[in-house]
Design a protein around this ligand. Structure first.
Ligand SMILES: O=C(O)/C=C/C(=O)/C=C/C=C(\O)C(=O)O
Ligand SMILES: [Fe+2]
Length: 314
C-alpha cells in the first residue's frame, strides 16, 4: 500500500495562446519533474479530484461531491475525449467508506467530466485511458459552496479508504490557484445563460466553440492588460501553498469562501481539489513535498502550480 500526491493547475488556454518561451519551458520542466515522480510511484490507481465547469454537473442537481464508477470525458479545450478506465470496485469501495465516515458524497454510474479531470491525466500520463482511475468531483464553481472544512474531511476519508485498498495510489488534484476566468455565475448571468447552467448539457459543436472562443478571447485581453477580470494574486497563492506544505490543513478551516473570492478570484475555489489531495495524503501520517513549482501566468489566466508529495520516510 502506498499513497502519493500530485496537484496541478489546469487551464483551457494551454497550447492555444502561449506565454513567453521561457515561461513555457519552466512549466514543461515542472511537468517533467511531476511525470518523473509519477513514473517512480508507478500507480496502479489514480484517484483524481477535479472540478467541473457546467459540463457534467449543472444546477438541475448540483452535489458538493461525487464519486464516479463510470465516467466519460467530453474532450473540451483539446483534451482527450471518451470513457475513463474507472475501477468500479474501487469507486464503490471509496464511496462506501466516505459515506461511513459521515461525508455525504454522491455516487454516479454516468459521470461526465471535462478538461478539469482530463487535462492533468493527459499531461501526466499522455492520455485518459492509460491507468485505472476513480474520479472524484468537487464542486468548485457553482455557488453556494460548503465550507472548505468539509473538503478536508472528504479528503481525509478518501485517503483512509484509498490506503486500505492495498494499491499504489496516486492522489491527483486539478485546479486553481488564484484565478478568475470568465465562468458564468447563476446569480449574475442573463436568463439564457442561467438556463444553460441549469440544463445545458450536450451543447451543439457551434455552441461549445463559441463558449471556448469567449475564454480564449478573454485570455488574450487579460494578457494584454485590457481585461477587467481580477488580477492573479501570487502572494495569496504562495501563502496557500505554504499552508499545504506545512501539513496543518485545519488552519484553512477559518478561510471563508468570501475571502477566497475577494483575494484570489471566484475560480480560486478550485484549490478545494488541492486541499482534498493533501488531506487524503495526510490522513496516513506526515508527508513531505518532493517538488513544487509556482508561477503567475496571465496568458493562461492562471496562478499555475505543480506540487508532488509523498508520505514522509517512504
Ligand atoms: O463559459 C463557460 O461556460 C465555461 C467556461 C470555462 O469552462 C472556463 C474554464 C476555465 C478554467 O477551467 C480555469 O480553471 O481557468
Ligand atoms: Fe477550471
Amino acid at each position: 500500500m502506498s499513497l502519493a500526491l500530485c496537484a496541478l493547475s489546469h487551464t483551457p488556454v494551454m497550447g492555444v495562446h502561449q506565454p513567453a518561451d521561457e515561461v513555457v519551458a519552466r512549466v514543461e520542466a515542472a511537468l517533467d519533474d511531476a511525470r518523473a515522480f509519477v513514473a517512480d510511484v508507478d500507480p496502479d490507481l489514480v484517484v483524481v479530484f477535479a472540478p467541473d465547469h457546467y459540463n457534467g454537473f449543472l444546477y438541475d442537481l448540483m452535489p458538493s461531491f461525487c464519486i464516479g464508477a463510470q465516467a466519460t470525458a467530453i474532450g473540451d479545450y483539446g483534451t482527450s475525449a471518451g470513457p475513463l478506465p474507472v475501477d468500479r470496485a474501487a469507486a464503490r469501495s471509496l464511496a462506501s467508506a466516505v459515506l461511513d465516515a459521515g461525508v455525504d458524497v454522491a455516487f454516479s454510474e454516468r459521470m461526465t467530466v471535462d478538461h478539469g479531470c482530463a487535462q492533468p491525466l493527459d499531461l501526466l500520463f499522455g492520455g485518459i485511458d492509460t491507468v485505472p482511475v476513480v474520479p472524484v468531483f468537487i464542486n468548485c464553481v457553482a455557488e453556494p459552496l460548503g465550507p472548505v472544512s468539509r473538503v478536508r474531511l472528504l479528503g481525509e476519508a478518501v485517503g483512509r479508504a484509498a490506503a486500505a485498498l492495498d494499491r499504489r495510489v496516486l492522489l491527483l488534484g486539478s485546479g486553481g490557484l488564484s484565478h478568475d476566468p470568465p465562468v458564468p455565475r447563476l446569480t449574475e448571468a442573463p436568463p439564457e445563460v442561467v438556463e444553460r447552467l441549469i440544463s445545458g448539457r450536450n451543447p451543439t459543436p457551434e455552441e461549445r466553440a463559441a463558449r471556448q472562443d469567449r475564454v480564449f478571447d478573454a485570455a488574450l485581453a487579460y494578457a494584454a492588460g485590457t481585461s477587467d477580470l481580477m488580477p492573479l494574486n501570487p502572494e495569496w497563492d504562495r501563502r496557500f501553498l505554504e499552508v499545504l506544505g506545512g501539513g496543518d490543513l485545519a488552519q484553512l478551516d477559518s478561510w471563508s469562501n468570501e475571502s477566497f473570492v475577494q483575494e484570489a478570484g471566484h475560480s480560486s475555489h478550485e484549490v478545494r481539489t488541492w486541499i482534498a489531495v493533501h488531506a487524503a495524503l495526510g490522513a496516513m501520517g506526515p508527508y513531505e513535498v518532493r517538488s513544487t513549482f509556482y508561477e503567475a501566468i496571465p496568458e493562461w489566466i492562471a496562478g499555475f502550480g505543480v506540487t508532488t508529495a509523498e508520505t514522509r520516510g517512504r
